[in-house]
Design a protein around this ligand. Structure first.
Ligand code: ZN
Length: 385
């Protein structure tokens, strides 16, 4: 099967982020078995989802991990012109389907190259590492990367995360974490606003504190020109449970806030400072209303940023294999930072344009799929000498 044929199978399994990925996992496993490749599963606790990893080539240090996720984002409410779960050739050089670009196209290139990888005289091994639940917070990658470290006696050197980058090597990625903060204030007649503690008013002040924190980071020089925008962002996009009537002081409010960090900033550090501030506010306002409380919980796991410096060998390696000399950075979250934390020099490089991801009529250009296949051929060649 060529990459396009494999891709048509992969996109036929919807596997929305959060859903079981077992059907697509079983299909991939059958394909591996058919080609004589042993694989290892890394299941979730309930056994409803699993990551897959395998090695092709000798058990020696210095191999390359090819990483992809098997889940996709939903299609509800999007104006699709074709069935999102049927790979459709638009006869315009594009193949349409959910996940065609993000990122089953890359997995298809990996699998299509498997016979060639098997036949080659690889001096360094290639590993496949396919995860689940990437789209709902990069949930599975840490356990997958840890299992690769534990399972193999040899140590892989590099991880290539095949998110759509038009095959450009990506050496930096912002980190992301989302928090939910809930305030418990006191209800009462609105005329008593200086006696009660309004959850809405205090929540609003906290949101402005967060905005001021973002600005303070920028002012103090926390700027990284490789990214757009070149600084960490803190933003509140949802405000909930906020009041029952215009003339009643609200006793409850909650809001979500997302933190997208450049590598020099850490979401957890910003959260710690926020907690510190909340404690002070609590102790002041508890004098007015003893049950006043502010609680903050993680609503999306802390996904670390990627920051692969130019001097690491993986950078020259990926430039060579991709044929593109210019490196870049991306603002979206991916599993690359997690693979880097597990000890692999990591970069993002895969076929397709991220601009097409997550939208109606997602597609991958055939020319990009061809480039992904050519990338695999160069990779095999490079690891065979
Ligand atoms: Zn993706």
């Amino acid at each position: 099967m060529n990459a396009q044929e494999i891709l048509s199978h992969l996109v036929s399994f919807p596997v929305l982020g959060g859903e079981s990925n077992l059907p697509i996992a079983e299909w991939i496993e059958a394909y591996l078995t058919q080609h004589g490749v042993d694989f290892v599963n890394v299941p979730n606790e309930e056994g409803t989802k699993r990551s897959i990893h395998c090695r092709i080539g000798p058990a020696v240090d210095g191999g390359v991990i090819l990483s992809g996720h098997t889940d996709v984002v939903p299609v509800e409410g999007q104006p699709w012109n074709t069935d999102p779960f049927v790979l459709t050739d638009g006869n315009d050089g594009k193949l349409y389907a959910r996940g065609s670009c993000d990122m089953k196209g890359f997995i298809a290139c990996c699998l299509a190259a498997l016979p060639e990888m098997k036949a080659a005289d690889l001096k360094k091994p290639i590993y496949f590492a396919f995860s689940y639940d990437e789209e709902i917070g990069c949930i599975a990658a840490p356990a997958l990367a840890a299992d690769i470290n534990n399972h193999y006696e040899e140590k892989p050197a590099y991880a290539i995360i095949g998110e759509p980058s038009m095959m450009q090597p990506i050496v930096g990625q912002k980190g992301i974490v989302i928090y939910k903060t809930t305030l418990n204030g006191s209800a009462g007649h609105s005329s008593r606003i200086r006696t009660e503690v309004s959850a809405i008013h205090e929540a609003s002040r906290l949101i402005l504190w967060l905005e001021a924190k973002m600005n303070a980071l920028i002012d103090s020089g926390h700027v990284d020109e490789r990214f757009t925008p070149p600084h960490s962002t803190i933003h509140s996009g949802v405000f909930e449970h906020s009041g029952i009537a215009p003339n009643v002081v609200s006793d409850r409010a909650s809001f979500y806030w997302d933190v997208r960090v450049i590598p020099m900033d850490k979401g957890a550090e910003i959260k710690a400072e926020f907690d510190e501030h909340c404690k002070q506010v609590e102790s002041e306002l508890q004098q007015r209303f003893p049950e006043f409380k502010i609680d903050t919980v993680e609503a999306h796991p802390d996904v670390p940023a990627l920051d692969t410096p130019d001097h690491l060998p993986v950078v020259d390696f990926i430039k060579d294999v991709s044929g593109i000399n210019e490196t870049g950075t991306v603002a979206y979250a991916a599993e690359a930072g997690q693979f880097a934390e597990a000890g692999f020099q990591s970069v993002i490089c895969g076929p397709g344009d991220i601009a097409q991801a997550h939208r109606a009529n997602e597609f991958i250009a055939k020319e990009q799929l061809d480039k992904g296949v050519a990338f695999m051929e160069r990779l095999v060649k490079k690891l065979s000498v």
